[in-house]
Design a binder for this molecule. Structure first.
Ligand SMILES: Cc1ncc(COP(=O)(O)O)c(C=O)c1O
Length: 402
């Protein structure tokens, strides 16, 4: 049977994710993957899960296994109010929604806000999973210009001035894919612009806790609270398999997200929510986060050192103070798609950057490098091999490098 004639029109925009295809390749024996974007398994507190599980069963008994409200498990939302206050995000239980990962927020926002042809402003490049979440609702993307400090405020202002934008989507801290962070002054400018145009900003913040150097920078949510829907996740500070994400107000958007969730999945897994509540309430996050940072920091340093040691002079890369990714750019005309194929032959997987752009033909010379999965010596080896392949490619297309 061929059922393709049964598919809804919206599936036209639902291509298979390049990352998923790549993950299949990564599973080949002997492959060194800098292409994925998942946390290191050794960062999961396995022993602690034993304790959390028995504490949750003792504390909540059968309630931890029961259906729950679509808004989320109340003790988790209460714990998040206290947790967020430490980052100066002031909210109430009523404005917090618990979702199936922060991906759940991206999907329900697509569902309640995007009608076909609506304009959405996104960084170029941006998180591929957000494009996958929004695409079925058939938006038109306005690509915002970025530099080494993230989105350029003038580009945002121009987009809002000349277009009717449904919402702006940004990842201001240790962005996926670039690792870049918008500095404080630029955040203030962005908040001012968002407020001036009475726009809605979806601020996606999965990585800010993964800071290896420097001072934390406040979320844009703290600067324009009524205009920002803030979202974050337990995926990078506990374990992604729990699938616990959350969003913080505005009120009307929260109300509609809850209504949408009733049709999506009724509510997020109660047991996972109870574990997450116990994780923050019991002070376990404060104890475990330094361990996660101590795992990732040397890996990131190994990658930055290896890039400086091996990469050709006409390549540039981001030097983030945290997160999970480094973004590298070759000279104009260089193809990271070709590099991807050649590097695979040498058992190194990278992710070409073009998949992270909202429009085809952008970022052909860029790539995303992940440093959380491999150990430091393997990262050094992979970057060395990658540099050799790059140099071969550069000389093949007679490009000069120093
Ligand atoms: C920027 C960004 N947003 C959202 C997500 C989704 O994360 P989760 O659904 O696991 O919370 C990710 C995952 O890597 C991400 O990088």
């Amino acid at each position: 049977m061929n059922f393709s004639n049964l598919l809804a029109d919206r599936t036209r925009n639902m291509g298979s994710s390049a990352i998923r295809e790549l993950l299949k390749v990564v599973e080949q024996p002997g492959m060194i993957s800098l292409g994925g974007g998942i946390p290191a398994p050794e960062s999961f507190p396995l022993q602690l899960f034993d304790d959390l599980t028995s504490q949750v069963l003792k504390k909540y008994s059968s309630n931890a296994l029961q259906y729950g409200p679509s808004e989320g498990f109340r003790p988790l939302r209460e714990a998040l109010v206290v947790y967020l206050k430490k980052s100066d995000i002031r909210t109430s239980v009523d404005n917090i929604t618990i979702t199936c990962g922060s991906q759940g927020v991206l999907d329900s926002i697509g569902k309640i806000l995007i009608s076909k042809g609506d304009k959405i402003a996104v960084e170029a490049p941006t998180y591929i999973g957000a494009l996958s979440a929004f695409n079925p609702y058939e938006p038109e993307y306005i690509a915002l210009e970025t530099d080494y400090d993230g989105v350029i405020p003038e580009s945002l202002e121009k987009a809002l001035k000349h277009n009717k934008i449904k919402f702006v989507y940004l990842i201001p801290t240790f962005q996926n894919p670039t690792g870049r962070t918008i500095p404080l002054e630029r955040r203030k400018k962005i908040a001012e612009i968002i407020r001036y145009y009475n726009a809605l900003l979806l601020e996606d913040d999965p990585y800010s806790s993964l800071r290896y150097r420097g001072e934390a920078i406040p979320a844009i949510k703290t600067m324009a609270p009524d205009n920002v829907l803030y979202t974050s996740t337990f995926s990078k500070i506990l374990a992604p398999g729990l699938r616990i994400g959350f969003s913080v107000g505005p009120e009307l958007i929260t109300k509609w997200m809850v209504l949408a969730k009733q049709g999506i999945d009724l509510h997020t897994n109660t047991f996972s929510q109870a574990l997450a509540a116990e994780y923050i309430e019991g002070g376990h996050l404060d104890k475990h986060l330094p361990r996660i940072l101590s795992i990732y920091k040397p890996k990131q340093e190994a990658m930055l050192n290896a890039l400086a040691k091996y990469f050709p002079g006409n390549f540039q890369w981001s030097k983030p103070a945290g997160g999970m990714f480094i973004w590298a750019e070759g000279p104009s005309g260089f193809s990271t798609e070709k590099l991807y194929c050649k590097a695979l032959e040498r058992k190194v997987a990278i992710l070409p950057g073009q998949y992270f752009y909202p429009h085809p033909g952008m970022g052909l010379e860029t790539m995303r490098l992940n440093f959380t999965m491999m150990d430091a010596p393997t990262i050094d080896k992979a970057i060395k091999i990658l540099s050799e392949v790059i140099k071969e490619e550069l000389s093949r297309v007679s490009m000069s490098y120093s």
